[in-house]
Design a protein around this ligand. Structure first.
Ligand code: MTE
Ligand code: MO
Length: 361
């Protein structure tokens, strides 16, 4: 049954809180993901907020604290539209779980990554209006939803560095793909932080605090940290907080395990690089990386969005393993082995993409 306006064929990792990803092939259909297919990652129940009741509070190291109703947020600042990809840190965790189990976390596939057009105002314009201290360290976000998974249970939150918050691309968005932001994606208003792990794009944003240290919220200080493999995931402060997304790609078509006709086969996928990096190249191999061919990249749809890619192969009857890897504009490349990337929370799997298919005559 379709819930939250999503396609009926979503893989639902959890019904409550709702967590779901689209079938990989659906992501290959277009550079902007349909709202009905865009993945959903929730850490608590979806809060119901009346847009008229909603207020954004801007506090902390500001000259003038603000309390902004939605109408004022929309009227007072220039409106901007960006195309941005969100990628959850848990994207492709299923691959890491095949290396070693990761108890308590969902086996996300390629689909914890999606791209949309977001409309809103720049966070930096709002910070300027509040007279945010220019020498502050971080900007902390807090949503409305209370996560029972956090210790102690608390609202979802996180932070980004002040310099990142002043970038042109960080939005307080009330629309997605040209329609009011759906409640499951954070409506009435969410933060969109392009290029950083999805967790920093706080939904149902209610409070923005300009401060020196990073947020002490559970989802900044304890979770969404990349731990050394031997670390105890319950240990506070271990590892480092995730931020910009490393170069990544995945194969969306054909499906892993599919049977395909021998002969011409078009392989399709996405590639994405966060931070200030773009996707420079995608390579495809059918001999486990001994030789590579360059895939054809779709035209860029914006500096903060993924690049879809395709590559035509000619496959002979029998088993075929297809491997892909992306390079970013800083010459970063996806590492080969997910065994080497395994970490206790199963984040940031950017190992070579692989699917195994059987070609039949
Ligand atoms: N914001 C709030 N308030 N609560 C959440 O659970 N999940 C975060 C982020 N913002 C979350 C949140 C995570 S981990 C990700 S990956 C993205 O939202 C997912 O955004 P989406 O559900 O719109 O795809
Ligand atoms: Mo996430």
């Amino acid at each position: 049954m379709a819930v939250w306006g999503k396609r009926a064929d979503m893989t639902v990792h959890e019904a409550e809180p709702f967590n779901a990803e689209p079938p990989a092939a659906v992501l290959a259909e277009g550079s902007a993901t349909g709202t009905d297919a865009f993945f959903v990652r929730n850490h608590g129940p979806v809060p119901r907020i009346e847009p008229e009741q909603w207020r954004l509070r801007v506090t902390g190291r500001v000259a003038e604290p603000l309390v902004l109703p939605l109408a004022q947020l929309r009227a007072r600042f220039p409106v901007h539209e960006i195309v941005a990809t969100l990628q959850c840190a848990g994207n492709r965790r299923a691959g890491l779980m095949r290396v070693r189990d990761i108890p308590g976390e969902a086996p996300w596939g390629a689909g914890a990554t999606s791209t949309a057009v977001w409309t809103g105002v720049r966070l930096s314009d709002v910070l300027d209006a509040a007279g945010a201290a220019r020498d502050a360290g971080h900007v902390a976000f807090e949503g409305t939803d209370v996560s029972p998974e956090a210790t102690p249970p608390q609202r979802f939150g996180g932070s980004i560095a002040l310099a990142a918050a002043h970038r042109d691309d960080v939005l307080l968005a009330w629309a997605m793909n040209g329609a009011p932001l759906p409640v499951v994606h954070g409506g009435p208003v969410r933060v969109v932080v392009p290029g950083q792990v999805g967790a920093r794009s706080v939904k149902w944003i209610e409070r923005i605090t300009v401060q020196d240290p990073p947020s002490d919220n559970y989802f900044q200080a304890r979770s969404y940290r990349l731990l050394p493999p031997e670390a105890d995931p319950g240990e506070p402060g271990a590892g480092f907080a995730l931020g910009p997304v490393a170069v990544n790609s995945d194969i969306l078509v054909p499906d892993d395990g599919a049977e395909v006709p021998a002969g011409p086969l078009t392989v399709r996928g996405y590639a994405f690089a966060g931070g200030d990096r773009g996707v420079a190249r995608v390579d495809v191999s059918t001999d486990d990386g001994r030789t590579w061919r360059q895939a054809e990249l779709a035209d860029p749809i914006g500096p903060w969005a993924w690049r879809l890619w395709r590559h035509r192969l000619d496959v002979r009857a029998g088993p075929v393993e297809i491997t892909a890897r992306a390079w970013d504009t800083a010459a970063g490349v996806q590492p080969e082995s997910q065994a080497q990337l395994w970490n206790p929370k199963g984040y940031a799997n950017n190992a070579w993409a692989r699917v195994r298919v059987t070609a039949t005559r």
